[in-house]
Design a protein around this ligand. Sequence first.
Ligand code: SOE
Length: 385
Amino acid sequence: MKNNELRIAILGHQFMGKAHSNAWLQASRFFDLPVRPVLQVACGRNEKAVRAFADTWGWKDVETDWRKVLERDDVDVVDISLPQHLHHEVAIAAARAGKHLFCEKPMALRASDAESMLAAAEAAGIRHYVNHNYRRTPAVRLARQIIDEGRIGRIFHWRGAYQQDWIVDPEFPLTWHLQKETAGSGPHGDLNSHSVDLAHYLVGDIRSVSCLTAQFIAERPLPGEGAATFSAGTGAAGKGRVTVEDASLMHVEFASGAVGSFEATRFATGRKNRNTFEIYGSEGALCFNLERMNELELHSRQDPVHAQGFRTILATEPCHPYIQHWWPPGHTIGYEHGFVHAVADFVAAVANGTPIDPDFRDGLKCIRVLEAGLRSAETGKRELV
Ligand code: SOE
């Protein structure tokens, strides 16, 4: 930190690179931050592409080698917006170089990698954060507040489903998301990591899991030059084997005695980014759907019986989490705002030396549940986390 500036380096410039750049830019405009994030340097292997990205988003400088970024003394924070197989090596080196870490989810390919990332971050005494961005959706934060107030009582059930459909087309190419070495797993890691993090945040720790996975399409066209992530690539030459699952169904037991289910798929035709949860308790229930992310459904047994039922709270009042920084009531917010909230909280945590969640410890906890799920899918047995 220098002259009240927190200097950021971003590694990666695809989908998450954009979402994070926007957040680093917007945070100090909407939040009163103790220090101002400065977009210092963007790093990517393709110089032309990273330069174009830097020009668009206002990154001051570019690098093509991430190790050079870590050597720079004008960088305070490393933002790891890379695919998960690259997190481990980069995070450990960056922590050793004394850089604070803002890391995309899932934290790592496997629990052993996440453990060494956590150890390196703790040894270096830096701030570390895993970007499970949906924790910072106002309606989700409100759900946590309502639970903490005891309004839905003792929790019995969690029901999470994260459904997308972007690879239903068999001609969708074999991108890095569909290969074990780069993605670790399919929707189980990509999408269930979000749901498991939300369940940890809202319900508590998970003790054991049973999981079933399925693969629907075994081979796909090899991606051509410049294949995009969310649409079919061009110039496919030949086919390659898909080495991750296409869907995952998991049942869990929480330490509290509650039980839960998780469904994660990229084959739910018509569902684009439907991240939902339902929580049922002794006094009421809460339901959320990311595709209607400003809303939270609440049922309360405290209401008179003749007026009971689910009501929809529009979480856009100034009293709702984060909303006072944005627009007047009813002027809804979107996907990118969760990233801005994460950046605002992270900047404050670095400046004030205070904790932030989810950190690498939470990220590791999440990976352990996911890994137990994959073990269970292999063995056909219930597995302890
Ligand atoms: C793609 O499946 C993806 O972008 C995930 O990787 C994100 O984590 C999720 O938030 C939206 O979908």
